[in-house]
Design a protein around this ligand. Structure first.
Ligand code: GAL
Length: 396
């Protein structure tokens, strides 16, 4: 796995927008105002006077968040006057290549791609480049090609850092002599984000691992040892059941299960519920704000999730797309007019062919004590009993 820039370099410019707290009207009460559908924004008109079409390729419907991303992107681009071709590729890289080839054959004007495996698209994107179709890597960087113009995502390293800092503060690691046991569960090796998440968390906790305050009874301390293909809940469940059976059946206490995202945390929490007899409730981390995990947070089975407002991610992607489709070269100055806070980064994301200019949004920490923040985005609502959260998105 490639070494990751720890500190986002100086070439970063911060914008004025707000992240979670509701501001401005717009489509979800969230922070990203959608363009009025009535008038066809000039950017949406194609050279033949028709409407420009945007091809949106999502990895799968089986991981909750992508349903929301697809829905928010489609709504925002259509509200802005674009036609949208949206495809989900069932976490199958061949299918995703075929789906994108289909969009190229349909002569879309722009491609937005959340790659299943960032290293399997270079030939297809070579065809996009030959057809003069600009490509934006959405959320996950696309590797080994110069056909990618921009990358829009959250600050992935910071996602992991927030998880590590949460564990540090929950355990009071800077002010205790106690030692604690931790196990890591990372993401899909095919997903370029997974390494950033893991490294952000591990780098933050490494000083305590080195000092012996944090112990990993399984000894699994590298990304490769704790990666979870396809971010699968079932695989995470099975891996944690094996770890508990091998290293915790003698009464060893598990204090922390650091999981990179919610789909893996769901499996790990299930294994702890069914196979762990330590009597304590281990800290369990996550990412994404998935509904089942938010429920577990209310019930004390999961402790936190790193929330990423994907409606904001869609809104920032729309602005970058509009600029590209109107012949501009988006740069740091765009951050001043973005509907959500994002940093412009020209150093951190090297896809092995070039450093891809990136717009990076800011993640946030959600626990049972600040769930209302999610409701304030307009993307979630309380259920009838005001106990659990539901999504306001039509698809999830
Ligand atoms: C990552 C994404 C995360 C998480 C994961 C599994 O690329 O950034 O939010 O959802 O995929 O889908």
């Amino acid at each position: 796995m490639k070494t990751i820039n720890k500190v986002i370099a100086g070439a970063v410019t911060l914008s004025m927008g707000l992240t979670l707290a509701a501001c401005g009207g717009g489509n979800s009460g969230g922070s990203s105002p959608a363009a009025p559908a009535a008038t066809q924004a000039p950017a949406a008109a194609s050279s033949d006077g028709g409407t420009k079409t945007v091809g949106i390729a999502m990895p799968t419907k089986s991981l909750e968040r992508w349903n929301r991303d697809g829905e928010y992107l489609k709504k925002q681009f259509e509200d802005a006057g674009y036609k949208v071709e949206l495809k989900y590729s069932d976490n199958d890289t061949n299918q995703q290549n075929n789906d994108i080839q289909g969009m190229i054959a349909d002569k879309v004007d722009l491609l937005l791609i959340a790659a299943i495996d960032g290293s399997t698209l270079s030939q297809t994107l070579g065809d996009a480049k030959s057809a003069n179709i600009p490509v934006i890597a959405y959320d996950r960087l696309i590797m080994d090609t110069d056909a990618v113009s921009y990358y829009v995502s959250f600050d992935n390293y910071t996602v992991g850092k927030l998880q590590g800092e949460f564990v540090r503060d929950q355990l009071g690691l800077d002010s205790t002599d106690k030692t604690f046991n931790i196990e890591f569960t990372a993401g899909d090796p095919a997903d370029n984000n997974a390494g950033y998440f893991f490294n952000g968390a591990f780098d933050t906790l490494k000083p305590y691992i080195d000092s012996g305050k944090l112990v990993i009874p399984s000894g699994k301390s590298t990304f490769e040892q704790v990666a979870t293909p396809s971010w699968s809940t079932d695989t995470a469940l099975e891996n944690m059941q094996n770890t508990l059976a091998s290293y915790y059946s003698d009464g060893t206490i598990l204090d922390v299960a650091l999981c990179s995202n919610d789909s893996t945390a769901l499996g790990v929490a299930q294994a702890i519920t069914s196979d762990y007899n330590g009597g304590n409730a281990p800290i369990v981390t996550g990412q994404d704000g998935d509904i089942a995990n938010l429920r577990n947070i209310v019930d004390g089975i999961q402790t936190m999730t790193v929330y990423k407002n994907v409606n904001d991610e869609a809104a920032v992607t729309l602005e970058v797309s509009k600029a590209i489709l109107s012949g501009q070269t988006p740069d740091a100055s765009l951050t001043d007019s973005l509907p959500a806070k994002a940093a412009f980064d020209t150093e951190s994301y090297n896809n092995n062919v070039k450093v891809v200019p990136s717009y990076l949004l800011v993640p946030d920490v959600i626990t049972k004590d600040n769930l209302q923040k999610l409701v304030d985005t307009g993307l979630y609502q309380w259920d009838a009993d005001k106990k659990y959260l539901e999504s306001t998105a039509a698809t999830t």
